[in-house]
Design a binder for this molecule. Structure first.
Ligand SMILES: Nc1ncnc2c1ncn2[C@@H]1O[C@H](COP(=O)(O)OP(=O)(O)OP(=O)(O)O)[C@@H](O)[C@H]1O
Ligand SMILES: [Mg+2]
Length: 265
């Protein structure tokens, strides 16, 4: 099974976009995908035009059945959406014993219904970010082409190490890889950021995935409330995300039991 949190402590690093496009790419390969939006901004529902009847707060705090909390974007692609009540849910959970294990506790029973769980988080250190890391154990770190985004990625990598140390419980939270996004080779900053990422990658032995190019189709698809795959199936960003999907599948095939027959591009 693939369980993956998409995290960078910095805002605007491409977390939500990556979660949405990757979820769709995995679904198009025949996998059953659950996406959890743990960000109170609720951006996934906005950019995909979803109309959920219930939210993450209802699942975590009101303990509504999962079938009442998911909204299906298409067959095999379910979302538990976030909204501002996610903040209330977090406040109610902080300080409870074992609160870091909340997602694990509530999602583990539903794993038989999914091949993939992806979690999008808010751009700051929060309890639900920790819950996401503890549950998925794997973290994908998108990095926008600016130096603050690199700093956000470094904080995320540190957070993995700190949680493993602090929580023990045999946790092995690890960055699956760094994903450069919004790549534009014509900008000088791009080379600077890529060089910095290369040195982080070498120092910490974290792979760098094939970058996602800047593409206006991403912004237009979001404005149109559509998946990129529906808005512009030939877009260069989608081409890059298809490659990322293959790379992720191959990484998980090496280490985890995922269906070998998941379709390849
Ligand atoms: N490849 C791309 N090309 C062009 N624009 C992009 C690309 N990827 C993301 N964007 C745009 O960058 C902005 C930030 O992306 P996104 O919302 O995915 O970041 P985020 O990390 O989730 O932000 P936040 O931290 O606020 O949750 C959005 O307007 C999105 O449409
Ligand atoms: Mg986001």
């Amino acid at each position: 099974m693939i369980k993956l949190s998409v995290i960078n402590q910095r805002g605007g690093a491409g977390k939500t976009t990556t979660t949405a496009v990757l979820a769709r790419c995995l679904c198009d390969r025949g996998m059953r995908v659950l996406v959890v939006d743990a960000d109170p901004q609720g951006s996934l529902a906005v950019i995909l035009g979803l109309s959920p009847r219930a939210f993450l707060n209802d699942f975590l705090i009101e303990r509504l059945a999962i079938r009442e909390c998911v909204v299906s974007a298409k067959p095999g692609l379910d979302f538990i959406c976030g909204n501002r009540l996610t903040t209330d849910a977090e406040t109610k959970t902080i300080g409870l014993p074992g609160s870091e294990f909340l997602f694990r506790h509530l999602l583990v029973d539903h794993e038989k219904n999914y091949d993939v769980v992806l979690i999008d988080v808010a751009p700051s250190i929060s309890l639900f970010q920790t819950c996401a890391m503890v549950y998925t154990q794997h973290v994908l770190v998108p990095v926008d082409m600016d130096i603050l985004s690199v700093q956000g990625a470094t904080s995320t990598i540190h957070a993995c190490e700190t949680l493993n140390r602090m929580l023990e419980h045999g946790l092995n939270i690890r960055p699956l890889g760094i994903l450069p996004v919004k790549l534009n080779r014509r900008l000088a900053i791009t080379e600077l950021v890529l060089n910095t990422l290369t040195s982080i990658s070498q120092r910490r032995e974290i792979p760098i995935f094939t970058p996602i190019r800047t593409d206006q189709a991403v912004i237009r698809a979001a404005a149109d409330r559509q998946f990129l795959a529906d808005y512009d199936p030939k877009s260069k960003a989608l081409e890059d995300y298809e490659l990322l999907t293959e790379e992720i599948l191959s990484r998980f095939r090496k280490t985890e039991a995922i269906p070998i027959d998941a379709k390849t591009a």
